[in-house]
Design a protein. Structure first.
Ligand code: 13P
Length: 329
């Protein structure tokens, strides 16, 4: 089953589904030109990293990439499948302003989703992602923001399952802001409760879905940052209270954490002596790619692959609590 394969031991997901705008900005930030070919070349090199399939179970692609070819001319989804990495696809069309709710977002993309899912399945995708964005601030998130995003996530998940794609349900509570860890915990709990209530209402089959949650972290601008141990404990506590046991796996997002924090937090959660029903894994974008992208700009293609290989290996070890800080140097 695809959902279980995506969270098989020692492996997790590479999120490489940055929109064209975001990927172009990331290339520019490291001093590179951007074009369709520039985006393809960087990603194709990443996917071609020897042995990365031992740490990467699946790759989330963007619409542009799922239609591109690997360096050997094979369509990228076929190339990934031949390397034992399941191709996935981002199917939302982005977070837009929520009417009458200044500073809040609603993720769009339900119109025509059934047809797009059918096309992506034909192109080789076997799982999908939809990201809702929840911002903590003065008086927000509102109930309206949480309930509309939960509803959209549940409708997306049901349509994906109907079309044969495993939905990754991603309600991301952002790290931006000055809120403390407790606020992140409380908002995340509220968001998870609403999301799973909406999923129940829409008939989503939880054993065939994955959750992509944020960890419980104080806002970037908060003076009282949590320790790594506190992040791990509060995250497991929050998930335990608010995520149904039927979900096979939680694939955390990195959300702007440093590469090492993202690995350390996951490692601590997996090293904990607590019973929980799900696999705890990763679906990292920046925390798997930041070093590789920097090396792509400053070094050779092989060096970029070596950077990616290292981060993938570190996160693979974190799946079983076997990562050590000494392995970083
Ligand atoms: P980050 O790990 O960079 O947060 O990206 C994961 C992702 O896919 C967000 O939707």
């Amino acid at each position: 089953m695809t959902a279980n394969a995506l969270v098989s031991p020692g492996r997790g997901i590479l999120a490489a589904d940055e929109s064209t705008g975001t990927m172009s900005n990331r290339l520019k930030l490291v001093g590179l030109e951007t074009s369709e070919e520039a985006r393809r070349a960087y990603r194709a090199n990443l996917f071609a990293t020897a042995g990365c399939e031992s740490a990467i179970s699946g790759v989330i692609l963007y619409d542009e990439t799922i239609r591109q070819n690997a360096d050997d001319g094979t369509p990228i989804p076929d190339y990934l499948a031949s390397r034992d990495m399941i191709p996935g696809i981002k199917v939302d069309t982005g977070a837009k302003e929520l009417a009458f709710h200044a500073g809040e977002k609603i993720t769009e993309g339900l119109d025509g989703l059934r047809e797009r899912c059918a096309e992506y399945f034909a192109l080789g995708a076997r799982f999908a992602k939809w990201r809702a964005v929840i911002i903590i601030g003065d008086g927000i998130p509102s109930d309206a923001c949480i309930s509309t995003n939960a509803h959209a996530l549940a409708r997306y998940a049901a349509i994906c399952q109907e079309q044969g794609l495993v939905p990754i349900i991603e309600p991301e509570v952002l790290m931006d802001g000055t809120h403390d860890g407790q606020s992140c915990f409380d908002v995340t709990a509220r968001v998870l409760d609403e999301t799973f209530a909406a999923c129940a209402e829409q008939g989503v089959h939880l054993p065939g879905a994955l959750l992509k949650p944020n960890m419980i972290i104080a806002g970037k601008g908060c003076e009282n940052q949590l320790s790594r141990e506190e992040v791990a404990q509060l995250t497991v506590d929050c998930m335990t209270g608010h995520v149904p046991a039927e979900i096979p796996g939680l694939v955390f997002l990195s959300g702007g954490q440093s590469d090492e924090d993202a690995t350390a937090h996951l490692n601590l959660m997996n090293a904990m002596d607590v019973e929980h029903p799900w696999q705890l894994s990763y679906s990292y974008g920046r925390a798997l790619q930041a070093a590789a992208l920097n090396t792509w700009a400053s070094g050779t293609a092989e060096e970029s692959q070596a950077s990616f290989s290292h981060r993938a290996k570190m996160n693979s070890l974190a799946r079983s609590g076997d990562w050590l800080v000494s392995l970083e140097s």
